[in-house]
Design a protein around this ligand. Structure first.
Ligand code: C2E
Ligand code: CA
Ligand code: CA
Length: 731
């Protein structure tokens, strides 16, 4: 089938090559170029009788013309023609690319001319007057030779073509294909060499293969390419790096298949004098290798800091333990934690905090020796394997060195950040004999030490038990709690000072832990942040509050406003606003009934991202309150820039009212700022009549605190809403 055949350049598809065999048969065509009509006719008769097809041309010109329409297999050319010599005919024929074989016919007197014709390529000459036998013999021989030549030529074209084909295949192979002689020198290599190794054929042919091999792989190459090795398997493969000028790393990875060819074979090959060669294919596996190497790297390193991760740390520690056991040495495992880093995280946001963690990793690394391993465990926790410290004092010196190195303030968003570490320390062999036990005990020591403040260092003691297990346990419980609605929202009234009416309530979360009873938010929210569950908890709160408002609306007892606390990390989530608004819609809660309470920290971090979210919340009608106002961030410019409705004076200021006169000044200032900007003002943590009186005098709008009401369970608040605030104390 034609469609199955590949068209090869230079071959007309559909036109089969001319059959060369016909020339030797008697049907061969002979052109007689002869001006002597009688002689020509007798020649034609003679040839015709012998079975040839003969035609006559009476001049050189006419003869040349006939070459192209008669296609003779042979021409009998007279030396003496009226318009040109026989030589000229031969030359002209060649110029026309008509390589028809010629027998010259000449008289005795023209013998020199005949010899010249032979030199020009005529096959034979026949002397006039001709002997029929001799002529026919000469014609037959010339045609036979012609036939042979043609066959030879077509065979050569076929060989050429197939060689071109093979070369094409070899050169367009994605692999480097090469041949080594019996001494290992390259005797052939395809063009792929240029693309992959940046080398030209002539730079390598004749040289030993080993010159291409990367220094580190020389030994393996020598072994793999050894004649003995090859003799064992006849064909085998090896992965090697070859030097590459085309690559920035200076090498590429290849999988090389080598086969011995032309040797007598078997193990006698080595001693054999028979010449043989090796045929090799080198496949570029660099991409695969890089992916594998990257995977191995990623499995063992922390993506943020590039330090080893805990998997690699455990491996290093396990190895070090074997060595320490053998040499009866001590090993210290230090669990390092950055003091108050959560604060930094809230203040500057994840991206900046991550950058700081990276820098911390680098600085700690500076304090270490070659035999120490620093790893990032998780978050702001690092692990340090200290194999060089012999005594407790030496271990503590390492911690001190690290804190000295960290003492120079870090920079974030143009601000100075002071960082330090606390360390929990477990020693081999006294605190544990396995990697896991040492890591766990160092962690326990750290958590015990944390209570004593920053830059603490604590050695593990058996009495400490496994309190971290409890923490982990609690995190597990927390996930369970979210799924099983173990939380409960308490509501604390916010009351208008003059009218003594409930203007709003603040929703405050509690956890009804099945074993540990009612837990305040301070006991589990930090844990939720650590475990990245704060968004889930926050969403639980929003949903529960919306559900409740919906039911209050039906009963007609809704407080005008409900405040929800939002953790900065929850607000950070990219779809926070969408999800918030979607929940309001789901429960048909009017956004203008909701106030979100946010802390000032927020405004130090990426202000444009925060601004966008706040604008969007405000655009939906949600009100925004600044919680714990006055405790964190001194710039007030954000009050004008952001859509803020309410300031909540922190309870620490309120509590100072009774005692310190200076605080009065601060509260007065806050109240006048709020009023100047038209903001609503709520004083938190109001516990005494005196505080209430002072706040009323200064013109504070609302108060919230134990004096009016503690946070109440939902039923209790409902009762209060139904009764009204009659029981509220009057100043
Ligand atoms: P906060 O937002 O400053 O809430 C006010 C806290 O002060 C509440 O503590 C409240 O019970 C307490 N409080 C109110 N009046 C008085 C008073 O007169 N005297 C004293 N001593 N305390 C008073 P609580 O409920 O333990 O909440 C602690 C913190 O937990 C809250 O501080 C808030 O930051 C956070 N929180 C509570 N619920 C949630 C929540 O649903 N989501 C988020 N993200 N945080 C919440
Ligand atoms: Ca609050
Ligand atoms: Ca507060």
């Amino acid at each position: 089938m034609l469609s199955d055949m590949i068209y090869w350049p230079g071959e007309e598809p559909g036109s089969p090559p001319r059959e060369p065999g016909g020339a030797g048969k008697p049907s061969a065509r002979v052109l007689i170029i002869e001006d002597d009509a009688g002689f020509a006719a007798s020649l034609r008769r003679l040839l015709g009788n012998a079975g040839y097809q003969a035609e006559i041309a009476r001049s050189g010109r006419a003869g040349l013309d006939r070459l192209s329409d008669f296609h003779p297999d042979l021409a009998l050319v007279d030396i003496n023609l009226p318009d040109m010599t026989g030589h000229e005919v031969i030359r002209a024929a060649r110029e026309q690319d008509r390589d028809v074989p010629v027998i010259v016919v000449s008289g005795e007197s023209e013998i020199d001319a005949a010899i010249l014709a032979l030199r020009l390529g005529a096959l034979d000459f026949v002397r006039k007057p001709i002997e029929p036998e001799i002529l026919l013999h000469s014609v037959a021989r010339a045609l036979a030779q012609r036939c042979l030549e043609r066959e030879h030529k077509s065979a050569r074209t076929r060989v050429d073509r197939s060689e071109r084909l093979h070369r094409f295949l070899v050169d367009s192979s994605p692999d480097i294909i090469f041949i080594l002689d019996e001494t290992g020198k390259l005797s052939y290599v395809n063009q792929r060499l240029r693309d992959l190794l940046g080398l030209e054929e002539k730079q390598v042919v004749g040289r030993h293969f080993s010159r291409l091999v990367h220094e580190h792989d020389q030994k393996r190459a020598r072994y793999a390419f050894s004649a003995r090795k090859l003799a064992e398997t006849a064909r085998h493969s090896v992965e090697l790096r070859l030097k590459s000028r085309a690559d920035a790393t200076g090498f590429r990875h290849f999988e090389i298949n080598l086969a011995a060819v032309g040797f007598p074979g078997g193990s006698e090959m080595t001693g054999s004098a028979e010449p043989g060669y090796y045929y090799g294919v080198a496949r570029d596996v660099t991409a695969r290798r890089e992916v594998e190497e990257l995977a191995v790297y990623q499995a063992n390193h922390d993506a943020l800091t590039g330090l080893p991760n805990r998997t690699m740390f455990r491996d290093h520690l396990s190895l070090a333990l074997i060595q320490a056991h053998r040499n009866q040495e001590r090993i210290a495992v230090l669990f390092l934690n950055l003091d108050r880093f959560k604060h930094v995280n809230d203040l500057f946001g994840h991206a900046k905090a991550d950058e700081l963690l990276r820098q911390v990793g680098e600085r700690i690394q500076h304090c270490l020796r070659g035999c120490d391993t620093l790893a990032r465990f998780v978050g702001d926790e690092f692990l340090l394997l200290n194999a060089s410290a012999k005594s407790d004092a030496e271990v503590l010196a390492v911690v001190e060195r690290i804190n000295r190195e960290l003492a120079e303030p870090f920079k974030a968003s143009g601000k100075s950040v002071h960082l330090s570490v606390s360390a929990g320390i477990a020693l081999y062999p006294e605190h544990g004999e396995t990697a896991d036990a040492l890591i766990r005990h160092a962690n326990i020591a750290l958590y015990h030490g944390r209570l004593s403040g920053s830059k603490s260092h604590t050695f593990f003691m058996q009495e400490m038990g496994d309190s971290t297990d409890q923490r982990l346990h609690l995190q597990g419980d927390l996930r369970h709690a979210i799924r099983h609605d173990q939380f409960e929202i308490y509501y604390q009234p916010q009351v208008d000072i003059r009218e003594r009416r409930v203007k709003g309530v603040e929703a405050l979360i509690r956890w009804n832990h099945p074993e540990r009873g009612l837990l305040p938010p301070g006991e589990f929210l930090p844990l939720a942040e650590e475990a990245n569950l704060i968004g889930d908890v926050g969403e639980w709160v929003i949903r529960d509050v919306c559900k409740t408002i919906r039911q209050w609306d039906v009963l007609g007892i809704s407080p005008p406003r409900v405040a929800i606390n939002i953790s900065p990390r929850h607000l950070d989530e990219s779809d926070f606003v969408e999800r918030f608004v979607a929940l309001l819609a789901e429960y048909q809660v009017d956004a203008s009934r909701i106030e979100v309470e946010l802390t000032e920290n927020l405004f130090i971090r990426d202000p444009s991202a925060v601004a966008q979210k706040l604008q969007s919340l405000a655009a939906h009608g949600v009100m925004i309150a600044i919680d714990d106002f006055g405790t964190q961030y001194s710039s007030l410019s954000y009050l004008q820039k952001f859509p803020i409705h309410t300031l909540k004076i922190d309870k620490s200021f309120v509590w100072e009212i009774d005692r310190e006169f200076r605080q009065h000044a601060i509260i007065k200032a806050i109240i006048s700022i709020a009023h100047g900007l038209g903001l609503n003002l709520i004083a938190e943590g109001v516990e005494t009549d005196e505080q209430l009186r002072f706040l009323e005098l200064q013109g504070c709008d609302e108060i919230q605190g134990y004096l009016i009401s503690k946070p109440l369970r939902r039923e209790a608040l409902e009762a209060l809403m139904i009764q009204g605030m009659g029981s509220m104390p009057t100043p």
